[in-house]
Design a protein around this ligand. Structure first.
Ligand SMILES: *Cc1c(COP(=O)(O)O)cnc(C)c1O
Length: 351
């Protein structure tokens, strides 16, 4: 099996870092304060079930605390899902392109993966998923790396048609106009996964959570590490959750920047997927040249030379001619656009 390839994390300063969908703002100062205060209590084990955080999350989503589990990042919870609900004789499914960690987690459990494929229009093939014959199916919504989101109504129809456990990975829900959390109240076979890493600027803290029926949560509780979320992560996430006044305007700012930059890209003749996330997936064009993997790679290198880091997905035909741009600060987005324009005004290469 192959390990997951994380995006580059340069340690020198001076980079415009738009490659791993982190927030362009810092975490809530209240979260930072709660973390420093809790540091003196690190001699003791943390609450084993993250009870205070579970209760707060349950209140936020109108669920009972027995319908919530907290993880060491949402990656921890995705792993627990594979561990509990799949195995060498119990296949899982996904629809690709999607978050590239799932196949890694499946391989570690020796789980056969049924891989369905999106087409370029990124419509959800309800029937194909419903008839996929797997026990566990992963849907990234809003999708990564495209940012395309699926409506709650569509996901509801899918959950009704699909007989297994449908996992909706909503890492980017805060940037979307709707989400599937309400389906957890309606149905036993929907699990919604969220993270504090993206919208709440706490990627370094490692906290995610999952909403599902009591029986799914009880199953995941059996197979998780007994202290899977450390004390600083629990208190930091709790304080962040209670500071929506800090996050709401910043999230709105990211959405506004996303729409403005999408407009700029489209004005340059680029195809851009409508995004419900904190990034744009766009197909660069230069002059008359048709989009291609090579052209995307050229722009990637041009940006890299200017210390602007974005993400390329060359391995899949549906994503190879695109680049993914995480929304940065206003200044960073401006630097990105200037670097793009310096590439677009390069004289066309001789054929
Ligand atoms: C970033 C991301 C995650 C990982 O989140 P962590 O909580 O940092 O582990 C999971 N799923 C998707 C789709 C993501 O983009």
């Amino acid at each position: 099996m192959r390990a997951y390839t994380p995006g580059k994390q340069p340690t020198e300063i001076g980079w415009v870092k738009l490659n791993t969908n982190e927030a362009p703002y810092g975490p809530s100062p209240r979260a930072v304060e709660a973390i420093s205060k809790a540091a003196g209590r690190l001699g003791r084990y943390p609450p084993p079930t993250s009870a205070p955080l579970r209760e707060a999350l349950a209140r936020k989503h109108g669920l009972s605390a027995r319908q919530v589990i907290v993880g060491n990042g949402s990656d921890d919870l995705l792993n627990l899902l594979f561990r509990a609900y799949s195995g060498p004789d119990i296949p899982a499914g996904l629809i690709s392109p999607c978050y590239s960690l799932y196949p890694v987690l499946a391989a570690a459990q020796e789980t056969p993966l049924k891989t369905l494929r999106f087409t370029r229009d990124f419509q959800l093939p309800l029937e194909a998923i419903a008839e996929s014959g797997v026990n566990l199916f992963f849907l990234t919504s809003p999708n990564a790396p495209t940012g395309v989101g699926f409506s709650t109504e569509e996901i509801r129809r899918l959950a009704k048609a699909f007989p297994g456990l449908l996992v909706v990975d909503e890492a980017y829900a805060a940037f979307a106009p709707e989400n599937a959390a309400e389906l957890v109240r309606e149905r036993e076979n929907v699990a919604v996964v969220r993270t504090f890493s993206k919208s709440h600027a706490l990627a370094g803290l490692r906290v995610g959570y999952l909403l599902a029926s009591e029986s799914v949560i009880a199953m995941l509780d059996r197979v998780r590490d007994s202290y899977n979320v450390d004390l600083l992560a629990q208190v930091g996430a709790l304080a962040a959750l209670e500071d929506e006044a800090y996050y709401a305007p910043r999230i709105a700012g990211v959405i506004e920047a996303r729409e403005a930059l999408a407009k700029e890209f489209r004005e340059r003749g680029w195809f851009v997927y409508p995004s419900r996330a904190n990034f744009l997936f766009a197909e660069p064009r230069q002059g008359e040249e048709a989009p291609s993997r090579e052209l995307a790679s050229e722009l990637f290198q041009h940006l890299l030379a200017r210390r602007v880091l974005v993400r390329a997905f060359p391995a899949d035909a549906l994503t190879a001619s695109f680049l993914r741009f995480t929304m940065g600060t206003a200044e960073e987005n401006q630097l990105l656009l200037e670097a793009i324009d310096s590439w677009m005004s390069l004289p066309a290469k001789p054929a």
